[in-house]
Ligand binder design. Sequence first.
Ligand code: MRU
Length: 353
Amino acid sequence: MHPTIEWKDGKVVMIDQRRLPLEEAYVECADEEGVARAIETMIIRGAPAIGVAAAYGVALGLVNAQPGLSLDGRLDEVIARLARTRPTARNLFWALERMRGVYRENAHLPAAEIGLRLVREAREIEQEDLETNRRIGAHGSELIQDGDSVLTHCNAGGLATAGYGTALGIIRAAFEQGKRFRVFVDETRPFLQGARLTAWELDRLGVPLILITDNMAGWLMKKGEITLAVTGADRIARNGDAANKIGTYPVAILARYHRLPFYVAAPLSTFDFSLRTGAGIPIEERPAREVREAVGCPVTLPHIPVRNPAFDVVPAKFITAIVSERGIARPPYRTSLAAWAGKAPENPKPPVR
Ligand code: MRU
C-alpha cells in the first residue's frame, strides 16, 4: 500500500486523497503553507494523518526559516497557521504541542540542528502512529468473529493515519488472523470517504466488502445483515463521548436500537482529557459547495441554503467499547479511560488560534 505521507528530499509528499480511487496522484509540500492548504482542502485527512502532516509542517517551517530572524517568533507563526486548518481532530493540536516541546528543548542549538531534530521528531510521530495502529488492531481484532458483518463509516484506514488504520486496523488484523467476515462500507456523504477511500483500501487488501449509501444501514440492521459497527474518532472526551465523521451518531443510535455492538477505535493522541464531555468538542463547518455537489457535479441549485457540519458526537452511552493502543475500555468510561489518562500524550494548553 502506498504511504499516506512521507518526508522525501526535504519535502513532504502525500497521496492526493481527493483524487482517489480513480487516480493515484501525489502532492509535494515545500513549506508549512503547502501543508496547511493540503489539510484544509482534504488532500490529507483523518485525525492521525492530519497530526503527522502538521508535525512535518512545523519541521518545514523551521528548516526553511530565514537566517537571522527569531526562530521563536517563526515557530509561533507556523504553529498558529497549522492550528487554524481544521478544529476537530485532537491529533492536530497534540502533534503541534509535541513539536513545540522539542523546539523548546533544543532552542539553544544552532538553527540547522534544531531543524534536523524537528524533522526527526515528525518522523517519530509518523512511525509511532503506525505502531500504535498495529496495537489497536491486535487488541480490537477479538471483537470480530467468523461470519460477522461489520459496518464502518468514513475512512479510518491507512489513508487516515500513518498506515494500517484504526477502525480498519481492527478489521485488517482480524482478516490477517484468518477470520472470515464481510464489511459494509457507508459511502459517507458529502466527501464520500467510504465509497472512495475505505472501499479502495479494503478492495486492495482482499477484504470482502459491500458499499451502501448512508441511509441503508438501518434497514440492513433490521434485516439482520449487519452484526456490529466500528468507526474511528477525531476527539474523545474524558467521559467517552466521541466525535467522528458526520453520520456516525445515527449509526450508533441505530446499532443501539437493534442491540448491536458499536465500537470506537482511536490512539491516545485522539483523547482530550481536558474535556469533561463531548459538548466541548469544536465541530468544523465545511464549505456549502461540498453538499451542493457530489464529486464536483452539482446536485442542486447554487442558491439553495446548506449546512455542512463535518462531525457529530456519539454520546458515550451508545458506545459498547473503545479500543486504543492500551487495550479495550468498557463503560463506565470515567473509570476505564482514567486509567489511560496518565499514559496519554501530554495535553498542554491549546495553541493560539
Ligand atoms: O473529515 P475527515 O475525512 O478528516 O474525517 C475523518 C474521520 O472522521 C475519521 O473517522 C477519523 O478522523 C478517524 S481516522 C483514523
